[in-house]
Design a protein around this ligand. Structure first.
Ligand SMILES: [Ca+2]
Ligand SMILES: [Ca+2]
Length: 293
């Protein structure tokens, strides 16, 4: 007989806790969960008011926006993380929930919007956690450490320059980089991600210039005065082609517009740009065609 175990998450301000660095990334929520409910009665996905009234210290900030965990439940072969508002897809995909040592990547979750504009991430599990009332469970939410492109506002100078990140993807595979701003804008800043050819003497080798060798997604990002320093993720996917040569191109990241009319806004004159050097390794290659980069 299937038994729906429902664990109500009750968060308390945590004291010193074990180092959690072994999971990598950046912690945006760290809390103790005390299992306060077991059995039927708190498993309604409608309003959950009786459950949420017992929650506290369950807020976190991601991408400059504050969120609250309404409840965290286990039952019916699922783990449900219910939030008070919807996280944009590109920020949601960065999240990983840890319950003790168990990771639950948001990329593996089914997302559904329920009543009251809530957003629930649901993971299917084969074995429910053997939680009992009163048990403490360590809960973390983590995002990857920033690796990628920082777009500088204002006047660029030599001290701002830094080597462009590189990204290697296999034909048919994908990889990601992140984008953030270096300074706080006054108004919304739109960043576009385009593609361009690689221009460097002698670096062509057997890497063929081909901007169609990969796709970038999304092609626009929006930053504002609160989320400007939170990395947003761009995914680069290598296109499977019918040749057997490697290609390369630049993913171009640039400020394409600003809503600001204030000349003091560091992004008022949208000129900041960076390139990410992308190589696409052909799957049918025998390794003899690599260039000298
Ligand atoms: Ca190919
Ligand atoms: Ca190819």
């Amino acid at each position: 007989m299937a038994v729906a175990l429902v664990a109500l998450a009750v968060f308390f301000v945590h004291e010193s806790r074990p180092a959690s660095a072994e999971h990598g990334g950046v912690t945006i929520l760290s809390a103790d969960l005390t299992v306060a409910f077991s059995g039927f009665g708190c498993n309604s996905q409608s309003t959950g008011s009786e459950c949420s009234s017992a929650l506290n210290d369950d807020d976190f900030t991601h991408g400059g926006v504050a969120y609250e965990i309404v409840k965290l439940t286990s039952g019916g072969g699922t783990i449900d993380l219910r939030l008070n508002k919807t996280i944009p897809a590109n920020l949601k995909s960065d999240l990983t929930l840890y319950l003790d040592a168990m990771p639950f990547a948001a990329a593996d979750a089914v997302s559904s919007t329920l009543t009251n504009a809530n957003d629930t991430l649901r993971w299917s599990i084969t074995t429910a956690p053997s939680w009992s009332v009163g048990q403490k469970v360590d809960v973390w939410l983590r995002v990857p450490a920033f690796t990628g492109v920082e777009l500088f506002g204002g006047d660029l100078d030599a001290s701002d320059s830094h080597s462009a990140p590189t990204l290697s993807v296999a034909e048919g595979g994908s990889a990601t980089f992140m984008v953030k701003l270096s300074e706080q804008p006054i108004a919304n800043v739109t960043v576009s991600i385009g593609k361009g050819t690689v221009s460097c003497a002698g670096c062509g080798g057997n890497w063929h210039d081909d901007v169609s060798a990969g796709t970038v997604s999304p092609t626009t990002l929006t930053f504002n005065f609160s989320n400007w320093d939170a990395g947003q993720t761009v995914t680069v996917t290598g296109v499977a082609d019918d040749d057997s040569v490697h290609e390369h191109f630049l993913a171009l990241v640039y400020v394409s517009s600003t809503a600001s009319t204030d000349p003091d806004d560091p992004f008022f004159s949208p000129e900041a740009s960076e390139g990410v050097y992308v190589t696409v390794t052909d799957g049918s290659d025998d390794g003899s065609q690599h260039g000298g980069l």
